[in-house]
Design a protein around this ligand. Sequence first.
Ligand code: MN3
Length: 201
Amino acid sequence: MAFELPKLAYAYDALEPNIDAKTMEIHHSKHHNAYVTNLNNAIAGTDAEKLSIEEICKNISKYPMPVRNNGGGHFNHSLFWTIMGPNAGGEPTGDLAAAINSAFGSFAEFKTQFAAAATTRFGSGWAWLIVKDGKLAVSSTPNQDNPLMDVAEVKGTPILGVDVWEHAYYLHYQNRRPDYLAAFWNVINWNEVAKRFSAAK
Ligand code: MN3
């Protein structure tokens, strides 16, 4: 069973004005679609065809670079689309809010650390909120790597991630990555992040 491009749960223009419709359309239908196609081509005829994308990521050092780049791209974007949504943003509640306060001191301090990880990631990559040994932590990865990968500097289960490749923001924000990151808080679907947190603990 080949990997497939997941459908978005919302329209391309649903995250306006924070993320514009054209960026969403190109990002999903072109960029993510290419990762899926190239991943399927890279694993065609190999045992990896029987594995989940998570299983592939966890042993990524055993695979050639096209699997790492495109498999990471498929996992990362599949997560990214679900942790955003319309009528979202605000602050998490319940267990997730408590865990953020316990790990970072406050939601504001978590935002500062997450934004710093995303802003200072040089070139292309991702910033993450991960569950590591039952606790929350912030990390970042280059290119399409992610914290599930055995090659990651900081390993854990990602429950929130932001794409800081220029293709994620350049049409609307040009070089202003910090403005894109400021707008990202308005589209985070905290219910989905909380679900992933419960599953990962
Ligand atoms: Mn991307």
